[in-house]
Structure formats: structure tokens, C-alpha cells
Design a protein around this ligand. Structure first.
Ligand code: SF4
Length: 424
């Protein structure tokens, strides 16, 4: 009987793609995948934590697998199972070193998937995430991702395009391009090395702009959506490209985290308030009908009432079409975790509620402004669809009064709104 492997994947879409690659390697080794933890012979937890921390907290775990080993999970599971069934070999499997505690805490991963990496997609058949780069070169003080995932490294354009062609030929209608820093795509591949704060310039090598223009040439009916774009690496060329490429959704996810100048500096966001405000104006002027999605953090260490008020005013004035608020969480190993003046949970909760109530009103108004318009929708379930302004899982939906074929584009008139959602 073949080994059954279960997977619990925590975190965002970037983690989900790692989970898909791990499951792909399990299937390649002839094992089975189960969605039921209670029937799994081996249960894999996919999480963004340091191996050293986890191995201290969970000594019962058989193996700790780092980012560089995601495509080798099948072989690792075989090893774990063989050890478990061998009475004289009961040591834990450490990958790749003998000392589990040191396996990943001291290494900077370099792995990046390719178009032919086996993958078992966990998303609906018509929608996929595609990782165009991995790692991050930014120093945000609240974040440990660069320590965990290593330096920014892009896939080649050929690799990304080959994967998109494959997905489109399988019937995928929506491709969500992801990475830690999507707007920096390609710059690490330039023949003449680009500095981390180098302006984007397609004449020097691959860029997101060039990639999108190549994607536009691929035959088929599909959307490509940009997630996790860093405000530091936007260019006029990229804005023009999106405006000219109708396969690129009029949707931009651009996490800003804060707007107060002093907060941006303490967060080490490498972007000023002026830069952000100008960029938002350029995006809205340059891409007709674009929906902007952002996220902010409230309760960062030392955030004063006045700094929080500056953020609220910015949210009210800018009227983001989509917005998420996170309460600051103290990430072990980050600079911010050691900062003085950590904010109490009570204050964080109150700030979260205040920011969300402002956005809720904006979102409801944004939804009702759509009533009467005819929109192109992608059908997720017989009675549920999304517009191009809605990314899967995080954004509103369109509730359909009449069923429609799942995985297809349809045209419908918006007849009403219900909170964040639209009715059609
Ligand atoms: S929050 Fe900052 S450091 Fe963390 S992944 Fe995003 S850009 Fe990189």
C-alpha cells in the first residue's frame, strides 16, 4: 500500500505554491495525497517559521524541510517512513545536515521553481498562482522574510512564459503573478548588475514590463494579475505597459504598510510619503479603471495617535478600492520586535476597528457605484464570480442570480450590492 501524505499549508499564496511543489514531488514518487489529516501516514505542515525555533518547540517532529528542499519532499518522506519502520534507525531525518537544529537557521535559501517543476495545484482548475521570483532584498524592520527566503532571484522570462503557455492550454483563465517583490522582477538577471535601489530600465535586461508584453502575445482568453508589487520599483514604462496590455487585469496589489513619514522610516520601507502619493496619482491617471489594493499595519512599535490619525486621513482621502489592515505582530528575529514602545493589544484592536470602519464605508460605496454597469466576470462557482478587480480569496465576489459555467468568462449587468459584494 502506498504512503498517504497530508498537507496543512498556512500563510499566503506564496506558501501555497511551495505546498503545490511539495505535493508534486510526493506524487512523482508514487505516493498518495490525502486531504484528511487523520488518514495520513505522514503529515506535512507548511509554515513560515524558523526551523531552529520550531525544533525547540516541537521535538516530536521527524524532519524539518527548508525552502531549498520543497521539490524533494517525496524523497524526504520516503526516508522518514523508512526510518520509522526500521527499529534500529530511529534518529530523526535532518535535511540536508545531520544537525536538525542547524539545518536551516544558518542557511540562505537559493531555490526557485522552473516551468517543468512537478506541481499539484491546490487552486480551482481555472485559476493559478505563478511564482515569478523568490526572496527579497528589502530591509523592512517588521519582516523576517529575507532571512527566511534569501535574496531576490527571478525565474527567466522563458521559464515563466513556458509555464503560462502550459497553464493556458490546460484551460486556466486567471494567472496571478506572485513573488515577495513583483516589481523588482528580472533586475537580478541583468548582465550588468543592478543595485538594489536601481531605477527599473528595460533596456538593461528583463523587467516586469517586458514580461507582461510577452505574456500579452500568448493566445487564449485569460487574465494575468499582479500581486505584491513594491512601491519602490514602479516605473512609467510599467504603467504604460499595463494600460496597453488588455490581458493584464486592471488591478494592482501594492502593500504600503503606512503613510506617515516617520513610520515609513522606522518600518524601513525605503519609500517616502511623497513618492507613494505621486505613484498613486500616476497609477490612477495612467491605467483607466484600475482598482488599487493595499495593506496597512496598525500598532507598529511607537505608533503615536497622531501618526495613526495621519494614516486614517490618507485612507479616507485616497479611497482604495480594496484594503486590508493588519495588526502589528512581533516577529522573532526582526528589528521591530526589539524596538521600545511596543503597542498594547487593546490599542492595536481599537486602531484596527477604526481603520476598518472607515474602509468599510468606502468599500460599500465603491460597490454601489458599480450598479448598472456591464462587467466581464470569471465564474468560480455556479452562483459566484469575480470581476478583474477581485483577486481570489482576499477580495469581494459577485453573487449570480442565474447559474453560470464554472471556469468561464461571462458578461453580466450589476444589479445591486450587498456590503462588499456585488449582485448580478
Ligand atoms: S515586507 Fe519588506 S522585507 Fe518583507 S517581503 Fe515584503 S518587501 Fe520584503
Amino acid at each position: 500500500m502506498s504512503t498517504k501524505v497530508g498537507m496543512i499549508s498556512l500563510g499566503c499564496a506564496k506558501n501555497l505554491v511551495d505546498a503545490e511543489i511539495m505535493l508534486g514531488s510526493v506524487l512523482q514518487r508514487g505516493m498518495e495525497i490525502t486531504s484528511r489529516a487523520d488518514e495520513a501516514d505522514v503529515l506535512v505542515i507548511n509554515t513560515q517559521r524558523f526551523a531552529k525555533e520550531l525544533s525547540n518547540e516541537m521535538p516530536e517532529v521527524d524532519a524539518f524541510v527548508g525552502l531549498d528542499q520543497v521539490s524533494e519532499l517525496g524523497a524526504i518522506v520516503e526516508k522518514v517512513v523508512a526510518r520509522a519502520s526500521s527499529p534500529c534507525l530511529t534518529d530523526k531525518v535532518s535535511v540536508p545536515h545531520d544537525d536538525v537544529d542547524l539545518a536551516f537557521a544558518n542557511t540562505r535559501p537559493t531555490y526557485i521553481p522552473n516551468y517543468d517543476t512537478p506541481r499539484f495545484r491546490l487552486t480551482p482548475a481555472h485559476s493559478a498562482y505563478l511564482k515569478i521570483a523568490e526572496g527579497c532584498n528589502h530591509p523592512c524592520s517588521f519582516c523576517v522574510i529575507p532571512q527566511m527566503r534569501g535574496k531576490h532571484r527571478s525565474r527567466t522570462m522563458e521559464s515563466v512564459l513556458a509555464e503560462i503557455r502550459g497553464l493556458v492550454s490546460e484551460g486556466v483563465r486567471e494567472i496571478n503573478l506572485i513573488s515577495q517583490d513583483t516589481t523588482y522582477y528580472g533586475m537580478d538577471l541583468w548582465p550588468e548588475k543592478a543595485g538594489p535601489r536601481q531605477p527599473v530600465d528595460s533596456s538593461r535586461g528583463p523587467t516586469l514590463s517586458r514580461l507582461l508584453r510577452e505574456i500579452q502575445k500568448i493566445d487564449g482568453e485569460f487574465w494575468v494579475r499582479l500581486l505584491y508589487t513594491h512601491p519602490a520599483h514602479w516605473s512609467d514604462e510599467l504603467i504604460e505597459t499595463i494600460a496597453e496590455c488588455d490581458k493584464v487585469a486592471r488591478y494592482i496589489d501594492i502593500p504600503l504598510q503606512h503613510i506617515d513619514e516617520s513610520m515609513l522610516q522606522r518600518m524601513r520601507r525605503e519609500t517616502s510619503r511623497t513618492h507613494i502619493e505621486r505613484l498613486i496619482d500616476k497609477l490612477r491617471d495612467g491605467i483607466a479603471g484600475v482598482a488599487l489594493r493595499t495593506t496597512f499595519i496598525v500598532g507598529f512599535p511607537g505608533e503615536t495617535d497622531a501618526e495613526f490619525e495621519t494614516l486614517l486621513q490618507f485612507i479616507e482621502r485616497t479611497r482604495f478600492e480594496r484594503l486590508g489592515i493588519f495588526k502589528y505582530s512581533q516577529e522573532q528575529g526582526s528589528r521591530a520586535a526589539k524596538m521600545p514602545n511596543q503597542i498594547s493589544t487593546r490599542v492595536k484592536n481599537a486602531r484596527y476597528r477604526k481603520a476598518m470602519s472607515i474602509q468599510q464605508k468606502i468599500a460599500h460605496e465603491t460597490a454601489s457605484e458599480k450598479i448598472g454597469s456591464g462587467l466581464n466576470l470569471l465564474v468560480d462557482q455556479p452562483h459566484i464570480a469575480r470581476t478583474e478587480a477581485d483577486a481570489p480569496d482576499v477580495d469581494p465576489r459577485v453573487i449570480l442570480s442565474r447559474p453560470a459555467p464554472v471556469g468561464e468568462f461571462i458578461q453580466r449587468k450589476i444589479t445591486g450590492s450587498r456590503g462588499y459584494d456585488l449582485l448580478a
